[in-house]
Design a binder for this molecule. Structure first.
Ligand SMILES: C[S@@+](CC[C@H](N)C(=O)[O-])C[C@H]1O[C@@H](n2cnc3c(N)ncnc32)[C@H](O)[C@@H]1O
Length: 274
């Protein structure tokens, strides 16, 4: 978190969408994101020298985001609820179509900064004025779906499920599944099981431990031993009846993702109840 209570991860992803040239990214990326991007990339340069098997973070994120975009574009849902939206430009892009209602949900400090950022430009103010675009404060761990219009919805939680332990994930998934069971729709999120993470070299592990000690940071992700299949089993237990898994590393070329030749590996889970 920086002093404004904005997670550095949200700033890094914002700058990644801008680097990737995604539509509307210039409008929503807050000042300061570029510095975080440069700093993290400098660290990752060193990290990847020590861990040559590791995947480029910015490419991995870009494939994750654009694969979710592609799933959304294939969906018949006319309402999207993007939880933990951060500075994602997706809502600004999709809500250009007046038939597509878009809700973005995040914690209060992030919502406030995104609104402030949009208010800085005339293009941003025009997006805020759209009746079909709505920025809302909300916490994914206790989201009240009755506050959203009761219509089939495409629910997204991108870049967040890895921060929760399994029991917290299950509560979140049960809540989303019961909304989708009642209203129809789809749910998409990303999660990379430990099993799918390329291994780290011994010097790479030392570098990570050193960084952890110097910055006094908590462990970045709540990893456990589940495989993709175990995660899928949990989603079925939570109430979804159909789960598909997409691996960006396998699909990047076929789905024409940007920088498709760069190897990545993010697993996207696409869940339905019907
Ligand atoms: C890594 S960022 C990803 C942002 C965005 N989804 C993207 O991919 O650009 C994680 C986001 O989750 C938000 N977040 C963290 N805890 C949350 C919670 N309990 N409820 C809602 N959002 C949360 C953070 O504020 C941050 O914007």
């Amino acid at each position: 978190m920086n002093r404004q209570q904005i997670p550095h991860s949200a700033l890094y992803t914002a700058a990644t969408w801008q680097w990737g040239g995604l539509p509307c990214a210039d409008i929503v990326t807050p000042p300061g994101a570029a510095n975080v991007f440069r700093l993290v990339n400098a660290y990752l340069f060193l990290y990847r020298l020590l861990n040559p098997q590791k995947i480029s973070l910015k490419h991995n994120l870009l494939h994750r985001h654009t694969l979710i975009d592609a799933l959304l574009q294939r969906s018949p849902c006319r309402q999207t609820i993007e939880i933990a939206a951060g500075f994602s430009p997706r809502g600004c892009m999709i809500s250009a179509d007046p038939a597509c209602r878009y809700f973005e949900v995040d914690l209060p400090a992030v919502v406030a900064l995104k609104r402030e950022q949009l208010e800085r430009t005339s293009a941003g103010r025009a997006i805020l004025a759209r009746p079909q675009f709505c920025l809302r404060e909300g916490d994914i761990t206790q989201l009240d779906f009755s506050a959203f219009p009761a219509v089939p919805s495409f629910v997204i939680s991108e870049g967040i499920m890895m921060y929760f332990k399994r029991d917290q994930q299950m509560l979140i998934w049960r809540n989303i599944a019961s909304f989708i069971k009642a209203q129809g729709g789809e749910y998409v999120f990303d999660y990379i099981p430990l099993d799918d993470e390329p291994s780290r070299s011994r010097p790479g592990q030392w570098l990570s431990q050193l960084r952890q000690r110097l910055t006094n940071a908590p462990p970045p992700f709540a990893y456990d031993e589940r495989t993709r299949q175990d995660v899928m089993a949990d989603l079925l237990t939570a109430g979804f009846t159909r789960v598909e898994m997409f691996d960006t590393g396998v699909l990047a070329r076929d789905w024409s993702l940007p920088h498709a030749a760069v190897p990545t590996r993010t697993i996207i889970y696409h869940c339905r109840c019907h």
